[in-house]
Design a protein around this ligand. Structure first.
Ligand code: AGP
Length: 614
């Protein structure tokens, strides 16, 4: 996610902004920038691709006698990471500057209208559109800055946390939010604005958390006013920060992994934002628009990835074959690159990678390209190597994933694969209208259903305590939930160091059943309606050998709940969407067991967040 910092008051603003940006570095970013008004109210902007230190070098000397400034660390969503796309963005006149965290879904429509009115754009960002929209409204309606911002925000659709500064209004900063956080720090005749409290806590403990669709004007006379974007004045609720800086950096969570598990309702929603239009019943994936035809007619789709991303690829195989009836092959990228595979020009390869820097996956991509195949990418890091060496692709928009164990990136990858499969199925006519719309409606409910699963963390923690000393785990699943068995096992082994294996449930009788005894906890993902009886039989087989069953069941599934030693109930959903829910309790289970074993949840031993070696 991007980082936002603003200051207006009596102190030197630039050091406050730069230090504030450094406080937000943990959020991950690819460029940084700062804007300020100097003594004669001239607006200055400095911005650079790279880290804050690059920006400081670019500034050369730290400007002094500056008392109003804004700063930004950009996590690219629209437009590659470069100096031009870095924030702050300027309006055409150069009088208004904006920093922004979020995604404006209708920015291209607004941009086209502004171009027709004679505006030119220099960046690829949706943020520059906001700056020019504010400028257009201000000159069209002759209103003050805060009113122009309010009117502009009534026209945009999407998520935003913005701070606006104008050389025509040097005594105030305007900020607003919707779906992206924004905090106001209240000092002595000074105000701080930031994406979270980490840049603020060292200056003041008195904060106001702006609510969705609220806009604030903070002034250098020490006054501030909060309104809704419907122009209703709000009484501010000032609270005192209780958390220390370190806790604040993790959003109040003990570990980044826990924070990222709990971000999933938002990140799954963000991965659909601007792509799933429920009202119109449409799916649009701009990044692969030019390749839809090739995908639809591909004799084969080859999915390449490593680790957790490979598990997402396995779910992709079920989705593309089940819905779009396109033959799919899934390969570990590391295996693919060495087995002299048969690759044809009409094949479409999709490489999946959170970091976009995994060497095995990059090498597999180069091999596929050398054979003339079309190669698409599904990445989380904008501008990453894989996103640049593939012909096209989709970003997952899950925001920076700091914990080494992948969680929110995985559910975002599965969401993108689901949208892709549905889009192709619809175009190929391999799905009925009724089933298509039924799935879209259910997909739109998934973030809220993930929220519901997160609420049973305490119950899962109790189960974790029962099994924290186990030496082995077996995870079983069928069909769409077989990859979830693999992913659940990987989560446990990589952060708790307990050996865990995922297996197709039907495969148990071909060997693993020999392992079953009272020392072997068996996690069974039993949400499938289609394989219900068979899963029940698998559970009976384990019980008959005194194995302990932890079952993930759909709410109300009484029979399996009675059979299992521990049952974790999750909301019912379409079978093809069940991986998005059934993985959540397994992430939480692994987290709690690892914690109880004193493991470093965020940085497990021997592991790196991005495997850039062979
Ligand atoms: C997942 O929890 C692991 N950290 C690891 O398996 C990871 O998924 C794998 O290294 C692939 O990384 P990528 O998605 O960045 O390519």
């Amino acid at each position: 996610m991007c980082g936002i910092v603003g200051y207006i008051g009596t102190k030197e603003a630039i050091p406050i902004i730069l230090n504030g940006l450094r406080r937000l570095e943990y959020r991950g970013y690819d460029s940084a920038g700062i804007a300020y008004l100097n003594g004669d109210n001239t607006l200055k902007v400095f911005k650079k691709k790279g880290k804050v230190n690059e920006l400081v070098k670019h500034l050369k000397n730290i400007p002094t006698n500056i008392h109003i400034a804004i700063g930004h660390t950009r996590w690219a969503t629209h437009g590659a990471p470069n100096d031009i796309n870095a924030h702050p963005q300027l309006s055409a006149s150069g009088k208004i500057t904006v920093i922004h965290n979020g995604i404006i879904e209708n920015y291209s429509i607004i941009k086209e209208a502004l171009i027709k009115q004679g505006y030119n754009f220099v960046s690829e960002t949706d943020t520059e559109v906001i700056a020019n929209l504010i400028e257009e409204i201000q000159s069209r309606d002759g209103v003050i800055l805060s009113e122009a911002v309010r009117l502009a925000l009534n026209e945009v659709i999407g998520a935003y946390a913005i701070v606006v500064m104008s050389s025509d209004f040097p005594d105030e900063l305007i900020a607003a939010r919707k779906s992206s956080p924004l905090v106001i720090g209240i000092g002595e005749n000074e105000f701080f604005l930031a994406s979270d409290a980490t840049p603020i806590v060292e200056h003041t403990k008195n904060v106001v958390y702006l609510n969705d669709e609220e806009i604030v004007s903070v002034k250098n006379d020490g006054t501030f006013l909060i309104k809704t974007i419907e122009n209703k004045i709000k009484t501010p609720f000032i609270e005192e920060l209780q958390m220390e800086l370190e806790m604040l950096e993790r959003g109040g969570y003990d570990y980044f992994m826990l924070k990222e598990i709990y971000e999933q309702p938002t990140t799954v929603k963000d991965s659909m934002r601007g792509r799933l239009n429920l009202e119109k019943g449409t799916i649009s994936l701009g990044g692969i628009k030019d390749y839809e035809h090739k995908l639809m007619n591909a004799p084969r789709i080859i999915l390449l990835a490593c680790g957790t991303s490979w598990h997402a690829a396995l779910i992709g195989e079920y989705l593309f074959e089940d819905l779009a009836r396109i033959p799919v092959e899934v390969d570990y990228a590391s295996e693919f690159r060495y087995r002299n595979p048969i690759i044809k020009e009409e094949d479409v390869v999709i490489a999946i990678s959170q970091s976009g820097e995994t060497l095995d996956t990059m090498a597999a991509i180069e091999l596929a390209k050398s054979k003339g195949a079309t190669v698409l990418g599904i990445c989380n890091v904008v501008g990453s190597t894989i996103s640049r060496i593939t012909d096209a692709g989709c970003y997952t928009h899950a925001g920076p994933e700091i914990g080494v164990a992948s969680t929110k990136a995985f559910t975002a990858q599965v969401t993108i694969l689901t949208l892709m499969a549905l889009l192709l199925a619809r175009k190929k006519g391999t799905i009925t209208d009724t089933h298509y719309h039924q799935i879209l409606i259910e997909l739109d409910k998934i973030p809220a259903k993930i929220e519901a699963v997160l609420k049973i963390s305490k119950q899962i923690e109790k189960i974790a305590a029962e099994f924290k000393d186990a030496r082995n785990f077996l995870y079983l699943g069928r069909a769409y939930n077989f990859p979830i068995a693999l992913e659940g096992a990987l989560k446990l082994k990589e952060i708790s160091y307990i050996h865990a294996e995922g297996y197709p449930a039907a495969e148990m009788k071909h060997g693993p059943i020999a392992l079953i005894d009272e020392e072997m906890p068996v996690v069974v993902i039993a949400t499938n309606q289609s394989a219900y009886e068979k899963i029940t039989n698998n559970i009976m087989e384990v019980k008959a050998r005194r194995g302990k069953i932890i079952a993930i069941v759909a709410e109300g599934n009484g029979k399996i709940k009675e059979l299992a030693d521990y049952a974790i109930e999750i909301p019912e959903t379409e079978e093809i969407l069940s991986p998005l829910l059934s993985i959540i309790p397994l992430q939480i289970l692994a987290y709690h067991i690892a914690l109880m074993r004193g493991c470093n949840v965020d940085q497990p031993r021997n592991l790196a967040k991005s495997v850039t070696v062979e």
